[in-house]
Design a protein around this ligand. Structure first.
Ligand code: FHN
Length: 686
């Protein structure tokens, strides 16, 4: 069965909607919104803190298995190189007779989730809704029921906000470019990307006007060169024009920093950042963000993958994310029958049980005021008498005490959130902060919550923070020591001893000319008010260069094939081919998946300095200079950049870059920057 978008009705609509599109350009929503209006629009989402992601579509039929391989997910069409014609044959087989929208919504609600984001259209282009603009949708299946309609009705019934995931990248639509590189028989002749953008807008108009108020528009697949910020901003404004209160993620434009998900400084990119499968080390004050994560190893249903995260892990992820000011979008990949996998259901029930008792410590809370808590996490709310701190204790202390560090507020009340009688817990103070005496037994096996109400405005003195360009230097290094409080002194020592009230007073950046261990601590009225922090700064000899006779541009490569989850030991492999390339280039791989490269050559630096090298790769990569590992960006991951530093003398230095790709997208870039060298792609010599 060949399914193609309706062409007969596109052209008249194409011009009509293009006109509509231009008419909306003036209503630039992102620029005209005041911060208070934005806060009002984001309020429900920031208070919700916890949502359900649903990846569902034709890919649930193969369920991760193809030609004997069982590790595919929702990318199966591309990863297994399934032709359009073969993939289209899943349409008449998609008949999820056990789909029950109300049951899905109840699972989410009972787990304590406040919103659902479902893939209205994933990368494969198949639509879970009845679209006028394509036959490649749910109405062409035997099921013939509009999934989004039933889900929106159920969400309305149970008071759950509904959001739509919509993939910009579309492996089915004839006008979407680029094609998959292995689709050599699928012509690009006649493909007009602008026409695809109009198709997108036609569909966005459908999903934003046919299903009531939509809370979130979750774009994805923005990373291929055909999409750009101009389209993204126009689409953002178009969506906000249709639903002014809608919230749009940062993948609507190209401003996202790889899977870390935050938006590149200064770029416009939607309303919130989208770290994926990872929890940022800290939140970013003033930036809204949401970590999306699978429960096992796949977004789409994989019948063979049983690597399920435990309820403890999922609950602690939720607590960790919210303590950093983020939202948690936890994914379920339903089966082709329309059922949630049982392990997903079990985890949702376990999370719901915890949320019933402790949800107050999650919803409408703000991030922790503490930099680090050895026993767990903290969230907080403002209350009439001051501030309520929710102390999430992971490991119940054997001495039954936890210290709330460097806090100078008077305690008002303290009790276990799980205790309906709110029996007071004893709170005392010592020079480290407030000491809370806990009962013998932890009330919860995963995370127990202690409530501490303190009087007045928060008065916490976090330890000082060190700031410098690097922790190694070859000549002089300037180090600043920062505190998040005005009214206190920073005292420091340079011999590793604990600062005292008469130690050196920090009055401005310190200039180091030798290896030094700096210790710093905050003081108030001669008394220490924070713990001591230390940082080692090392003076190093820059690596000597090598002599390179007749250097010429280029790099040597060796190419390998195999199925790895981490970089292989190349010394044990035989290359399939090797040769020279002008630059770092992985496009001459024999297949789009399961290959590796080892690149060797030289780089040149023009002066002695500490240099930062980085690789941006999908999947893993490592960068060595003269055999020293400088960048470790290994493992399976989407496009991700990692960096490392090394001190080099002026001249040529040997470089080795190792890279592997398993399945899905692939990218490999290598960069250098120095104190007098803007970040730039590496040039290679041989
Ligand atoms: O390629 C998609 C993937 O299939 C999945 O939808 C995730 C969820 O955020 N987003 C992309 C990978 O970054």
């Amino acid at each position: 069965m060949t399914i193609r978008p309706h062409t007969k009705i596109i052209f008249p609509l194409f011009f009509l909607l293009s006109f509509f599109w231009v008419a909306t350009l003036n209503a630039n929503q992102s620029a005209s919104e005041t911060s208070s209006l934005r806060e009002a629009r984001m309020k429900w989402w920031k208070e919700a803190r916890f949502g359900m992601f649903i990846h569902w579509g034709l890919y649930a039929i193969p369920a991760g298995e193809w030609n004997g391989r069982t590790d595919y997910g929702e990318w199966i069409r591309t990863s297994a190189q399934i032709s359009l014609e073969v993939y289209d044959q899943f349409v008449p087989r998609f008949n999820p007779v056990q789909f029950d929208a109300e049951q899905w919504v109840r699972y989410a609600k009972e787990a304590g989730m406040k919103y659902i984001v479902i893939t209205s259209k994933h990368h494969d282009g198949f639509c879970l809704f009845d679209s006028e603009f394509t036959d490649f949708d749910i109405m062409s299946t035997p099921f013939k029921r509009n999934i989004l309609k039933e889900l929106s009705d159920a969400c309305r019934k149970y008071g759950i906000k509904l959001g739509f995931y919509y993939s910009i990248m579309d492996w089915h639509h004839p006008d979407y470019l680029p094609r998959r590189e292995w689709e050599i028989n699928r012509t690009v002749q006649g493909a007009v990307f602008e026409r695809y953008v109009t198709y997108m807008k036609n569909q966005l108009k459908e999903i934003l006007t046919n299903y009531g108020t939509i809370g979130v528009l979750w774009f994805d697949g923005e990373w291929e060169g055909t999409w750009n910020d101009k389209y993204g901003k126009e689409i953002y404004d178009f969506a906000r024009q249709l639903q002014p209160s809608i919230i749009v993620n940062n993948r609507v434009t190209t401003g996202r920093q790889d899977l870390k998900g935050f938006t590149v400084e200064g770029e416009f990119a939607g309303d919130f950042g989208t770290p994926e499968q990872q929890i940022p080390a800290t939140g970013i004050p003033g930036m809204d963000w949401e970590t999306c994560m699978t429960m096992n190893d796949h977004w789409g249903y994989n019948k063979n993958n049983n690597n399920w995260k435990t309820p403890e892990t999922l609950i602690r992820n939720l607590v960790d994310i919210v303590s950093k000011g983020g939202n948690y979008l936890l994914n379920v990949g339903p089966t082709s029958q329309g059922l949630f996998p049982q392990p997903s259901i079990d985890s949702l029930i376990a999370i719901g049980k915890w949320m019933k008792v402790n949800g107050e410590s999650i919803y409408a809370t703000h991030s922790s005021p503490f930099r680090f808590l050895p026993w767990g996490r903290c969230t907080r709310k403002d209350i009439d008498s001051g501030v309520r701190l929710y102390l999430h204790v992971y490991q119940w202390p054997s001495d039954r005490k936890i210290v709330v560090p460097n806090i100078f507020n008077q305690p008002n009340s303290c009790y276990l959130l799980s205790d309906p009688h709110r029996k007071s817990l004893l709170v005392t103070r010592n020079e480290d902060g407030l000491i809370i005496e806990l009962p013998l037994q932890a009330p919860d096996p995963y995370v127990s919550v202690v409530v501490l109400d303190v009087k007045g405005k928060l008065d916490i003195s976090n330890p000082p923070v060190f700031s410098s360009t690097h922790k190694i230097f070859i000549d002089l290094l300037q180090v600043s020591i920062l505190s998040d409080r005005e009214s206190q002194e920073i005292r420091y020592t340079l011999d590793g001893s604990v600062p005292r009230k008469d130690s050196l007073l920090y009055t401005g950046p310190i200039l180091l000319n030798s290896t030094t261990l700096i210790s710093a601590r905050c003081f108030r009225n001669g008394k220490p008010v924070s713990e001591t922090v230390q940082e080692q700064y090392k003076k190093v000899i820059p690596l000597s260069p090598v002599s390179l006779l007749n250097p010429s541009n280029g790099i040597n490569y060796q190419y390998y094939e195999g199925d790895w989850d981490v970089l292989p030991d190349f010394s044990k492999l035989t290359p399939i081919k090797s040769g020279e390339l002008e630059k770092l280039d992985i496009t001459n791989a024999n297949s789009p998946d399961k290959f590796a490269f080892r690149f060797t050559g030289y780089i040149e630096v023009l002066y002695d300095d500490v240099y930062t090298f980085s690789t941006n790769s999908d999947d893993g990569s490592r960068l060595y200079i003269a055999g020293t590992l400088v960048v470790d960006n290994d493992q399976l991951h989407g496009p991700m950049e990692r960096e490392g530093v090394i001190a080099l003398s002026r001249g040529f230095h040997p470089i080795r870059i190792e890279y592997f790709e398993k399945t899905g997208g692939e990218v490999l870039e290598a960069y250098i920057k120095g104190h007098r060298l803007e970040k730039q792609l590496l040039k290679f010599y041989k």
